[in-house]
Design a protein around this ligand. Structure first.
Ligand SMILES: NC(=O)c1ccc[n+]([C@@H]2O[C@H](COP(=O)([O-])OP(=O)(O)OC[C@H]3O[C@@H](n4cnc5c(N)ncnc54)[C@H](OP(=O)(O)O)[C@@H]3O)[C@@H](O)[C@H]2O)c1
Length: 232
């Protein structure tokens, strides 16, 4: 049975990852900032007794990362896949009024958090069966793809996430742990909005195909949900 940890699993793509992985028979630790308010996750837990554990995690708070790893080790003796999904996008930034709080918070959640979560989970991953790390990045973090000003804090943070995870792909290579960066497409979630093009279920099914196919040979790649390589 696959043992999987997902961050930001109370809504959007994270909730869809949990739903699809449970349907496949996986054993899931689904993290969210406030488990008491995570109604959809708690319903999923009731529908999959013993296979879904809902644990607290704010990826911007290192103390909660340490606590999560301690609690995860009580339910899993190894981790097969870590999915760094949690992310934040602050809309409406304008050139001329960019502010340090938005930039720092976005960087902390989208770039620093996943790197620290992965580092903290490394021992559990080393004890996994064919362990992997998948990260939900974004095409908006692609420097090669950037053709206009927009969502600067988010785009900067996802570019930093990409470099952070290429660094970790090298750090984890000796342990046989591959690392992947994924773009889900423009998906209909709270972040993507109602006009987004891709159904979250389709985006997640596509990303799971890429995660399933991930090996050390493809570690450190940046791919979209349809399997296309993206420029850095
Ligand atoms: N939707 C798209 O079109 C799109 C495109 C490219 C990339 N992505 C990426 O896909 C991932 C999931 O996005 P989504 O579309 O599902 O967005 P979403 O519906 O806004 O969900 C974001 C998730 O991240 C969690 N989160 C935010 N800040 C957090 C923190 N400090 N600690 C822990 N969890 C935190 C949220 O928890 P709360 O409920 O507590 O806020 C929520 O569970 C993100 O990394 C996003 O950047 C999305």
């Amino acid at each position: 049975m696959q043992r999987i940890l997902i961050t930001g699993a109370n809504r959007g793509l994270g909730l869809e990852f949990a739903t699809q992985l449970l349907a496949r028979g996986a054993h899931v630790v689904a993290t969210c900032r406030d488990p008491a308010k995570a109604n959809a996750l708690n319903h999923l837990a009731a529908a999959h007794p013993g296979r879904l554990h809902v644990l607290p995690l704010d990826v911007s708070q290192p103390a909660t990362i340490d606590e999560l790893v301690r609690e995860t080790a009580l339910v899993f003796d190894g981790l097969d896949t870590l999915i760094n999904n949690a992310g934040v996008l602050v809309p409406g930034e304008r050139f001329g009024s960019l502010d340090v709080q938005t930039m720092e918070h976005t960087f902390r959640v989208n770039a620093v958090g996943p790197v620290l979560v992965t580092q903290a989970c490394a021992d559990l991953l080393r004890r996994g069966t064919t362990p992997k790390v998948a990260n939900v990045s974004s095409q908006l973090g692609s420097i090669g793809h950037c053709g206009s000003f927009g969502t600067p804090s988010y785009s900067i943070s996802k570019a930093a996430l990409n470099m952070g995870m290429v660094q970790l792909a090298h750090a984890l290579e000796p342990d046989g742990i591959p690392v992947l960066l994924l773009h889900p497409g423009w998906a209909r979630t709270d972040m993507g909005g109602p006009n987004a093009q891709v159904d979250p279920a389709v985006a997640v099914a596509g990303m799971l195909r890429e995660i399933d196919a991930l090996t050390l040979k493809t570690s450190g790649r940046f791919r979209d949900w349809q399997g296309h390589d993206l420029p850095w």
